[in-house]
Write a protein that binds this ligand. Sequence first.
Ligand code: UDX
Length: 438
Amino acid sequence: MTLKISVIGTGYLGVTHAACMSSMGFQVVGIDIDASKISALSAGELPFYEPGLQELLVAELASGRLTFSDSITSAASADVHFVCVGTPQRAGSLAADLSYVDSAIENLAPVIKSGSLVVGKSTVPVGTAERLLARLQHVNPLLDLAWNPEFLREGFAVEDTLHPNRLVVGVTNDDAEAILKEVYAQNLAEDVPWIRADLPTAELVKGAANSFLATKISFINAMAEVCEAAGGDVTVLAKAIGYDPRIGSRFLQAGIGFGGGCLPKDIRSFMARAQELGADQSLEFLREIDAINLRARTRVIDLVRAELEENLIGYKIAILGAAFKPDSDDVRDSPALDIASQLQAAGAAVTVHDPKALKSAQLRFPVLNYAESIEECIAEADLILHLTEWKIYRELDPVKLIGLVKRPIIIDGRNALDRDLWISAGWKFRALGRKAIN
Ligand code: UDX
């Protein structure tokens, strides 16, 4: 008999996981305490933008395999329960807020059937899985728990879930591994690497992977600072070191740094947990990674001041991009919006454009001015800041735009625009980690 699956938490991760599991042929119920989210999802409305997911959601609902419910009792008949709730940064602390994970386990334990397997996917501090397993078995000794960290990237969520580059499963026994092999049979048939680990290692893999990625980005942003001091060009430097296969060219895009709902909070929670474990020295370097990352936001503001003047009051600044990265409408800890609001607070008149994230940006930063079109955004601007590298911005024609602005100055905060094109069209082009060329 095909396994029945429940997915607890229908945020970004949960909806993607539920729809993808359904597309693999499982009967899936997605459960969330937010009834309005559940009714939207049941009607085939995705509450956020993610390429390909809307279509998949509609197709899987139509198949009859995927349903949504706001009642935890809907999990009762499932064999495997994926916990996909959020673990945001705790207010007033670097640590993660585990209240959603804890309550998911408390609510699940009494309603699910004996012999079923709970699988954690949320990013949690090491030691959480062992604690939750004890809690489950305290309620019912015939329940089991595994940890199966998620590595999906926003913008590629469906692709990363259907074709992950590895599967990591933290288990305490062979039966749990066998169940997970049944769940992921389709991936295993495609030779996706399978890594069995104990519970703490599975939890640590996620913290380690995100820390490494954050380190790579902050490394290149530190090199950008050195390039600025020495008159070098970080884009050429990144290209040159990236050809070494031991280094690799990906995640070496210098700019305003990382944001989003994962990397910033995950490295902080990793540091906080290491401190609790007495291993704070080991992750001390992540403080510097975090600091370099936040400094990139200040550096771009310094560049704005250098181009206009120290006092920004009254200057009109156009910002291209609000999402924390392209192909997403996620604005959680978005470097672009952080910079926009800092400039606004400094007295500039800021107008923001984004092809998908205007609604989410407006909700989070209602005081900023937003424009539906690029032309409206840049009209009479004293300076344009390119802060999220959407394809439509990379394809802009600088010749056409130059007549719309007050001063033809553009700062590329993502090192993604074609500098020669903009300069030959008559623009002053500035970027982090690169010399000014007029
Ligand atoms: C990340 C991890 O990649 C993923 O494996 C994990 O599951 C969740 O966190 P995501 O948050 O979707 O995924 O974004 P990612 O593509 O990693 O980018 C994070 C941030 O780094 C973005 O703000 C992006 O603009 C920035 N970035 C990325 C750079 O500044 N330079 C780069 O070279 C790469």
